[in-house]
Design a protein around this ligand. Sequence first.
Ligand SMILES: Cc1cc2nc3c(=O)[nH]c(=O)nc-3n(C[C@H](O)[C@H](O)[C@H](O)COP(=O)(O)OP(=O)(O)OC[C@H]3O[C@@H](n4cnc5c(N)ncnc54)[C@H](O)[C@@H]3O)c2cc1C
Length: 426
Amino acid sequence: MKPDLHNSIWEHLAPPRKPAPKLAQALTADVVIIGGGLTGLSAAYHLAKSGRQVALIESRTIGWGGSGRNNGQVIPTLAAMEPAAMESRYGEQAALFIHMVRDSAGELFDFISTHKLACDAEQTGWFQPAHSPDHLRLSEARVSAWQKYGAPVELLDKSAGDALLGSSHWHGGMLNRSGGHINPLKLSHELARLCAENGVQSFEHTPATAITPKGDGWQITTPEGEISANAVLLATNAYTDENIEPRIARSIVPLTAYQLATEPLTEAQRAEIIPARQAISDTRGDLWYFRYTSDHRLVTGAALLLKAGAKPRLQALLKRRLETAFPSLAPLSFSHVWNGFVGITADFTPRFHELGPNYYSFTGYNGRGLALTLPIGREFANKINGQPCALPFEAPRQIPLHGVVKRVARSRLILTRLQDKQRYKP
Ligand SMILES: Cc1cc2nc3c(=O)[nH]c(=O)nc-3n(C[C@H](O)[C@H](O)[C@H](O)COP(=O)(O)OP(=O)(O)OC[C@H]3O[C@@H](n4cnc5c(N)ncnc54)[C@H](O)[C@@H]3O)c2cc1C
């Protein structure tokens, strides 16, 4: 299955838009953003609002990367680092960063509502159900860790969790009321519109082919034009080309994740299954996750060990999962199947980098970046403007034997599935 955004339900639900032009001239700007995903767009918007001249280039179309293809769950946590680990890793910088993560979902929904971004936003909450009675202790630990930082989280016992889900498959879990879901491609398009309204010059089908020092700043080469700028943000994440910036490309493993949308559910099914339409992703490493679309489908997804025959195997796997959790969905069929790269780092945590004077980048949100893209883009804008910044900067951490790891990374799924079957040990 080749990546094709046109197969996604998000593309199907998005209105037509006027594409940005290709860059076909030499240009000067204060800041160049490379990558038209949500991180790049957020940085571009915040820089433009602060009065900087910003050019943004995207190799394909706005939202073509993870930003337009994801599950759309707005989740204010990291994939694999709890507040205590952030405290010990980031020292003095930790509190700022933890607060940024804690507030990320609420901030995104507030931003969407303030700027009237039409992206089917539903701030219905994010629920992380425990997949075994044991794992409810993990939920308990997470609730108390986040409550210490004032996050709007609470523990639901099995009966409250069952009522929220319309399923007895899980065992209670952690509810965060600031989360929810959106159509991520529509959000990307709307943020691009807001950027344009604030003076950002965006160019699509304009890949950066080289980033080279020029005077006190940088020159970005593209096939039909160059941009000179004082500062650069490389926001290409899991789609980073090894020839452009090997330090970033070799710090990430782009893991293919598949997404599937069901046919629309009936009114009776919707009244029973997640009736208040929260975003759901459980405590498994090989996550079970779902959310409603504006036209009442469930969107779910998974990774696979082998790519061959992906589409039928995925449909069988996810049909089995959904019908196990929600028996009244049977017989289930899917209308849309697509995929995208999740940027995975060696320790499953994101990292923020200063690659040279006024040259910034980051690696890997590890499948949980949607809520974070808005504040992280804003914080990069602060850094570029010489303002206080909540991001803990670290050196890139390249993955040893990256080429080999990239090829075999999917096999880790075997271990993850085994771990999911084991008891939770605090
Ligand atoms: C299938 C899937 C499901 C996910 N589900 C969720 C979820 O439910 N919740 C959640 O929080 N997170 C989720 N994620 C993760 C989330 O999508 C990402 O963390 C987020 O979108 C990252 O945004 P970004 O702007 O950093 O990168 P991207 O959106 O990937 O943007 C990078 C852009 O850079 C462009 N680019 C690359 N090279 C060049 C170049 N040389 N020149 C110009 N442009 C270039 C690419 O075309 C791309 O558009 C999911 C990811 C996937 C793939």
